[in-house]
Design a protein. Structure first.
Length: 347
């Protein structure tokens, strides 16, 4: 009874039925969400993470994903993964990742986050506009003596830089290589303290729109199908929360598939562009209609051979002393489990 008004038994049954039905159709709300700290670079190759977050896919899986932006370099995420301060990270393939595993910190490569597949040259060599207009740069050989930038030493972007230099019969020793965040590369182009760089979308298109630099070629032309960026799992996430680690991948793959639907098929593209516009530092929806699209495998598959080739490059360039066991660092069980639940992507 409430006050002096009796509540009929039938009404109580209806109330109980409504509550139980709500809990059954909303199981996520019936239990506490697990906080999942995620390191993310605010670039277009992070689209799968941003879309999954915006569309509530992580919440559907019982996860409260907390995004932590790393603007300088994805390489800086490694120590946070090692300690479990980050459960997940998405960034460049780095020598530091392999060194962590050599020191018994089993961070795992678990999914694709950026494949430089043909026609997906979202990483591209830019040269400052005035250097081209003055004739200082005419061909790859003219990169000699220039100041070029990467986000960090010992990252996949450095390998692409060397391959561009090889087209002019040059080596890394023939340039001055500095480290800058992607956003800072454009600032350096604008103030003429940087001559060239392998830049990433959407910053490539921003540089072109502002006449700071010109696009020479996409990385897909010198290193097609390079596994440039990956999703990484902390050993803490894998060992302590294996069920949630699998759930994270289901949500991520759903986000990646939405990206592919939008940029490969044109499906709901305006909605996806709106999400990217809100998530990244570039606030121009029209720009996302003109960028070179990122290669994101809709089933999260990795190019394992590229990872092995790049590890060998790190070894040859003295980033570590012996060749790592790349197969032991890769764990595709999470994408396999996600695809089993979602079914293979239908092109």
């Amino acid at each position: 009874m409430f006050g002096n008004s009796p509540v009929p038994l039938r009404s109580w049954k209806l109330v109980v039925f409504a509550i139980m039905s709500f809990l059954l159709i909303s199981p996520v709300l019936a239990k506490e969400l697990l906080d999942v700290p995620v390191g993310v670079s605010p670039v277009m190759s992070s689209a799968g993470i941003y879309i999954a977050q915006a569309k509530g896919y992580f919440t559907e899986q019982g996860l409260a994903v907390k995004l932590n932006p790393f603007k300088a370099s994805g390489a800086k995420m490694t120590p946070f993964l090692a300690t479990g301060q980050l459960f997940v990270a998405g960034g460049n393939v780095t020598a530091g990742l392999y060194n962590a595993n050599a020191n018994d910190i089993p961070i795992k490569i678990v999914a694709d986050k950026g494949l430089v597949s043909p026609k997906h040259g979202y990483l591209a060599l830019l040269v400052r506009k005035d250097l081209i207009e003055s004739g200082r740069y005419k061909d790859y050989k003219d990169l000699k003596g220039m100041t070029m930038a990467v986000t960090a030493k010992g990252v996949s972007q450095e390998i692409a830089t060397e391959l561009f230099l090889h087209k002019g019969k040059l080596a890394l020793q023939d340039i001055k290589l500095v480290t800058l965040a992607y956003a800072d590369m454009n600032i350096a182009f604008a103030n003429k303290s940087l001559d060239a760089a392998v830049q990433i979308e959407p910053f490539v298109t921003v540089a072109l729109d502002n006449n700071w630099a010109s696009r020479i070629a996409g990385s897909d032309e010198v290193y097609p199908n390079q596994q440039s960026a990956v999703i990484l799992y902390s050993p803490v996430f894998i060992e302590k929360y294996p069920e949630q680690a699998r759930a994270f991948m289901v949500a991520y793959i759903k986000g990646v598939r939405d990206y592919n639907d939008a940029f490969e098929k044109g499906k709901n593209k305006d909605d996806i562009i709106r999400i990217l516009n809100d998530a990244t530092e570039t606030k121009d929806p029209d720009l996302y209609r003109r960028v070179a699209p990122v290669g994101l495998h809709p089933d999260g598959k990795l190019n394992v051979q590229s990872l092995k080739d790049d590890a060998r490059w790190f070894l040859q360039h003295d980033y570590f002393k012996e060749m790592p066991d790349v197969d032991a660092i890769i764990d595709e069980s999470f994408i396999d489990a996600a695809v089993k639940i979602l079914g293979p992507y239908q092109p």
